[in-house]
Design a protein around this ligand. Structure first.
Ligand SMILES: [Zn+2]
Length: 436
């Protein structure tokens, strides 16, 4: 950490920030302001979730040549504001709408990974990293890539592995739609509904393969039952990359206390979401109600289980005083006012995430040393129900009826199903900014 501070860029920032915080403290008369900036200079934030890549697609069709990433209008994230907000690392979501499930989700995910990759390799202020070492060594704003929703892998472990090869280090098992193997916290999509089967055998294979690869399992957006099932089997700590406390705001995207206890046993992390709809179920959200989530979670499981996952650009409404990524110091200031210690806040800002990621890497290394091979598990065709799948077999292979159906590349189900998916796409477009 000392070496970070003494680095050229940081050294300049440190000087500027010390001056700024001194002035802020002087002008506002608030003695904690200065220490919020100072603390964040010492422990730059690792933010668990951001959807700028989605907005780049929606607003600019991913044409980065037409965007000044330092100053982007109509979004809450750009390089200038990340710098002002003392964000040291940002997990960027490669998210595609649930409407793409069983269609072109894999292509769209690749395109979102591409835009994050370009954004973070074509700008000198940013650096794409894939490890805890990368996070610790860089003197730039580090970018990590996550996938938001298991529909992105189209129920395929080889696809999951190739995403890892492309630098993806975290995946949320679901978004607002169930996948054929895991359940969403949302019920807005009427797809892949199952009775008492929140994580199927293939779903367990996905979790185990993520453990083997060294990819962080993200339970934000998954149902509580799915989360519990994952916590039973995951050999590495997991995260909720952008979820808040259910006891403070009883939204299904938030985490109830009993699940927080299970998360603590797993040594995992809940990265508090700042979206108004999840932090204030009633009334206008502000910095104080956000701090209530932190205080509640600390009371239940301790500060070592807490991080920050802002969800900027994945939702439309944010609390007064926390409108974009430049405002994070206001949150830290509020926690300082509530007597959170430097040790607790250094954990919340970055060390808790680094610990979880390090343990995920260690599990990967342990399995490698043990000689664990890539899983060759495949999902049952009857479970995946995807008419776009083409099944290829040797000419002398006796195909089952199901395989015969899929070997044609489409099935009789296309008519009614395409209608369902058209509805799903329409609902997706409406819901993407409402329920993120
Ligand atoms: Zn989300």
């Amino acid at each position: 950490m000392i070496s970070r501070i003494l680095h050229r860029g940081d050294f300049l920032n440190l000087g500027t920030n010390l001056m700024l915080c001194f002035l802020c403290g002087m002008t506002s008369g608030d003695p904690t302001t200065g220490s919020a900036f100072g603390l964040m200079t010492k422990y730059p934030l690792i933010d668990g979730h951001n959807d700028l890549a989605l907005m780049l697609r929606i607003l600019h069709d991913n044409r980065l040549s037409q965007v000044d990433l330092h100053n982007i209008s109509k979004v809450a994230t750009d390089i200038n504001r990340l710098t002002t907000g003392h964000v040291g690392a940002q997990v960027f979501a490669a998210y595609v709408l649930c409407g793409a499930q069983a269609k072109d989700a894999v292509r769209l995910t690749l395109e979102q990974i591409d835009v994050i990759n370009r954004m973070c390799t074509e700008n000198p202020e940013l650096e794409l990293v894939t490890s805890t070492k990368g996070l610790n060594d860089t003197n730039r704003i580090a970018c990590l890539i996550s996938i938001e929703g298991g529909h992105s892998i189209d129920s395929s472990l080889p696809t999951l592995r190739m995403f890892y090869q492309l630098g993806v280090r975290s995946m949320a098992l679901t978004h607002t739609c169930n996948t054929p193997w895991a359940e969403s916290s949302s019920t807005i999509y009427d797809v892949y509904q199952r009775e008492n089967d929140s994580l199927t055998d293939f779903g367990k294979d996905v979790v185990k393969e993520m453990n083997r690869l060294g990819m962080i399992v993200d339970l934000s957006h998954s149902s509580w039952a799915t989360a519990r099932a994952v916590l039973q089997i995951s050999k590495a700590p997991v995260i909720f990359s952008h979820s808040s406390a259910h006891a403070v705001c009883n939204h299904s995207r938030n985490v109830p206390d009993d699940l927080l206890h299970e998360l603590k046993e797993n040594r995992g992390l809940i990265m508090v979401n700042l979206h108004s709809g999840f932090v204030a179920c009633h009334g206008r959200a502000n910095v104080s109600i956000v701090a209530d989530h932190f205080t509640h979670i600390r009371k239940v499981v301790g500060s070592e289980s807490i991080g920050i996952g802002g969800d900027f650009d994945g939702a439309s409404k944010f609390p007064l005083g926390l409108e974009d990524v430049s405002k994070y110091p206001a949150l830290i200031q509020e926690l300082l006012k509530r007597h959170w210690t430097e040790n607790e806040l250094s954990g919340v800002l970055r060390h808790n995430f680094l610990r979880v990621f390090k343990e995920v890497e260690k599990e990967r290394d342990r399995q490698k040393a043990k000689g664990t091979l890539p899983s060759e598990a495949q999902i049952d065709l009857a479970e995946v129900q995807n008419p776009c799948r083409l099944v290829l077999r040797r000419p002398d292979h006796q195909m089952t009826k199901m395989e015969q159906m899929y070997s044609k590349g489409h099935s009789e189900q296309v008519g009614p199903r395409s209608l369902v998916w058209t509805m799903v796409i329409l609902i997706s477009c409406l819901c993407v900014l409402m329920d993120h």
